[in-house]
Design a protein. Sequence first.
Lengths: 323, 275
Amino acid sequence: MTDTRTTPPREAPPGARPAAGRRRGALRTYWPHYLAISPFYVLFLVFGLVPVLFSLYLAFQHWDGIGDMQFVGLRNFEFLVKDSTFWLSLYNTFVIWIMSTVPMLFLALVLAVLLNSKVRFTSFYRIAYFIPNVTSLVAIAIVFGAVFSTNQGLINAILGWLHIGAVPWLSNEWTIKLVIACLITWQWTGYNAILYLAGLQAIPTEMYEAAKIDGAGPVQTFFKITIPQLRPIILFTVVVSTINGMQTFTEPQVLFGGNASINPNSGGPGQAGLTAILYFYREAFSNNDYGYGAAIAWAVFVVILLFTAINWRLVQRRDKGAA
Amino acid sequence: MTSTRVKKLALHLALLAGVLISLFPFYWTAVMATNTTRDMYRTPPKLVFGPELFSNIARVFENIDFMGSLLNTVIVACCTTVLVLFFDSLAAFTFAKYRFPGHRALFGILLLTFMLPAQLSLIPQFVIMVNIGWVGTIKALIIPASANAFGIFWMRQYIQGAVPDELIAAARLDGAGFFRQYWNVALPVIRPGLAFLGIFTFIGAWNDYAWPLIVMTDPSNVTLQVALSQLNTSHNTDFSMVMAGALLAIAPLVVVFAVFARNFIADAMKGALRG
């Protein structure tokens, strides 16, 4: 994400900086500028940087939030490595991420290509596709829960009408993940399609004309021109989907999270919808195990970094292979 | 029919299928919210609107403090939006149009903050809120969100293109100081950019769930999203009532979005190309 724009050279405000006492002089001259940008930095310091450092410290403590902290060294992380529930939550997160990201980005690309073919009513389509992305996730998770409900749901009603037996969507290990993945796909496909469309519209038409003159067919043009030209935006959407997908929380929390502290099945039957961040939330805020919660948060952060790096390389390499 | 017309028709059919999937959940929410729960049990199910909307909404009002949580959400979303617009545009204006010692490093730090995922700071943030006595108050929702890196980054890109340097130079010649240059010169010109950032922030604040769920510890004083989630867990046998609640939570935003959508999407697309 680099700023490719070249900014025009700007005049320095009046009052050139004195050679001596540069720092104090700068502060005297530029105090309005520092004041103007300060709110973000003050807030980031108080609610961002200090908390992040504090959570690193917490990961080596045992603390319930009320009593005294107790230094436990690496014990939180030792426990984490052996904690089968943590690994299950990572596995769930990963499976849901694959099940949602692959169809989501594929469909988004298809929609964007269709929208880019000089069709009428484009702005109507764009709005219709974007609306899911601005919708309350809590509300729509509830609606999906109702649609996929075993006894009252629309899907099973239709299946019953076609004389197909009811599917227990929200209690089977795989269909639980499928429902969550459907929800994510529904909410983000349009958003990604709009981004791809922006990328498609930025490809100069001369490139396509040149390809036509060279005798390239539509498929060849798509893979030799469209995809390489879209590379930065594809990379962007893959990175954003990875970061969002690894932090999936609200969908399973609303669908299955009720009474998380008492319910051993939080995350749905068999904990099949227990994502890493939902597990973090349960340990930290339902079981008040702040030290362990912080350790989980850091572990998930490392996983996100790792996955993002892997995806980044995959997208770039595949592109090199195609070009 | 010529082959191009057949192609066009097929194209529209494909696109309309997408629209159908996109919009069907809204239609179905409305269907469920206007019928009784018993209608949902029927085979085949009822697929059209019914007359029960107001009785369903009445039960929502009986079961949760809908108006109280709506008021909280409206206050949080409005205050956050106003503060973000002011702080972000002021900082963005400064970064876009002025050079001052350290401006490059400071902007680099701002970009780095994008990388920190929210859950890393959640526990300590909560501890801080407990210690300064903000737990359970909407201050805890508004203040930490009142300036953000995305908004400053996006507005900076926007201002670089939207505010001509000559305009600022002219204002300076007229004796306008820094804040007057921002208020009188930049602000009037960047209104379309503010509209985008404002809608974006408002929608985000309206739909926010994880942080309000953690920090609004008094179950009787929450935001709309948390109240809706409570309604879902405590009354999940009364489907149509829960759906009426969902409808009430979705509707205002969809209306706001539909009004501003055209420009909003265009701006979002421009932002993507810069990113």
